[in-house]
Design a binder for this molecule. Structure first.
Ligand code: MTE
Length: 319
């Protein structure tokens, strides 16, 4: 997943409010201006509530936050600076050059975006993203994102659990997988004219059990505003325990299938990329050792955790 491999023929085996245990401590991950505003609001709630909040934050910090516990580098656990998360992107539809995606992605036509629902469902349908945002209560989820290239970020997303959309789609009992597809508009997305990265469009998939898991999330916002085009506007998947390439951006279609869909990266480099792609630090994956990572904006590596720190929540899916 690097421009250099372009010269090769084909890549060689290239926190929500109710504070569940996986949530990151908000004081450490929320951008300061948002946090300060909230702090002013909380002041008005009185001392008792504040004491309760302080207790829950500190206890979470010490025994429930795996990143904190393992690395002993507490200063690294804070929201990644938004200017980095919005200026260092993988979005091959525009360019493999991470630093130029944000400029090119401005050409993405976001008006009236819809998602086509098809395959093994009771009734195929087309859903307007604006309607979905209205329909489902929005939640904030502050998640780690771990790229297979060994960089990582901590990002406050806004959106709703994927499960809610799946329930709305009413999959048939024969459905076992969910396939996601990104747009195909080469005139706006110049990377899609690059024949090297075929076949377009970008496709990803999850088992139905993974997709129904509470952590699987559809983000429509980040850092308190709608998603940036370069981060996958207007709607993207976020699956925090898997390598970042599973978190497909700018979704236009969801299909329920009996067989595992073949993904973009499996087509590009089948010996390197498997369908499951869980973050497992002891297992080298693609062309990188996966035991450590570097958070955007930090210069020290930290230990990568099994399932990216979400083992307690998801490891049972794979037993
Ligand atoms: N989705 C699409 N459609 N196209 C892509 O190139 N890149 C993936 C993923 N989703 C990608 C995509 C990869 S490799 C990563 S690491 C994350 O998006 C990066 O998300 P970010 O740019 O918002 O940090």
């Amino acid at each position: 997943m690097n421009k250099k491999i372009k010269n090769e023929k084909r890549p060689q085996p290239f926190a929500i409010r109710h504070n569940p245990p996986w949530s990151l401590d908000e004081n450490r991950v929320t951008p300061e201006d948002v946090y300060v505003d909230r702090r002013n609001f909380l002041k008005g709630m009185g001392k008792v509530s504040l004491a309760a909040l302080a207790f829950s934050a500190s206890s979470k910090l010490w025994w429930a936050n795996p990143l904190w516990a393992k690395t002993e580098t507490p200063s690294s656990l804070k929201a990644s600076p938004e200017n980095l998360v919005g200026r260092f992107n993988n979005f091959y539809e525009f360019t493999p050059d991470k630093s130029r995606v944000w400029k090119l992605a401005k050409q993405l036509p976001l008006e009236g975006w819809s998602i086509q629902v098809k395959g093994l469902v009771k009734q195929p349908q087309v859903l307007q993203v604006a309607d979905l945002i209205q329909k489902f209560d929005s939640q904030e989820r502050i998640y780690r994102l771990r790229c297979v290239e060994t960089w990582s970020a901590v990002i406050p997303w806004r959106g709703f659990p994927l499960r809610k959309l799946i329930q709305l789609c009413e999959p048939l009992s024969s459905a076992r997988y969910v396939k996601f597809k990104t747009f195909l508009i080469p005139n706006n997305a110049p990377g899609q004219k690059d024949r090297f990265w075929e076949p377009w469009p970008y496709v990803e998939g999850l088992t139905l059990a993974e997709a129904m898991h509470d952590l699987s999330f559809l983000a429509t916002g980040m850092y308190g505003h709608p998603l940036n085009p370069q981060n996958g506007a207007p709607i993207r998947l976020v699956v925090p325990w898997k390598y970042g390439f599973k978190s497909i951006k700018s979704i236009v279609a969801i299909e329920f299938t009996r067989e595992a869909p073949r993904t973009f990266w499996q087509d590009m480099s089948p010996l390197e990329y498997d369908f499951e792609a869980n973050v497992l630090p002891k297992v080298p994956y693609a062309r990188w050792h996966q035991s450590v990572e570097t958070l955007l904006g930090e210069n020290q590596t930290i230990a990568t955790l099994p399932y990216n720190g979400y083992a307690d929540q998801v490891a049972s899916l794979y037993k």
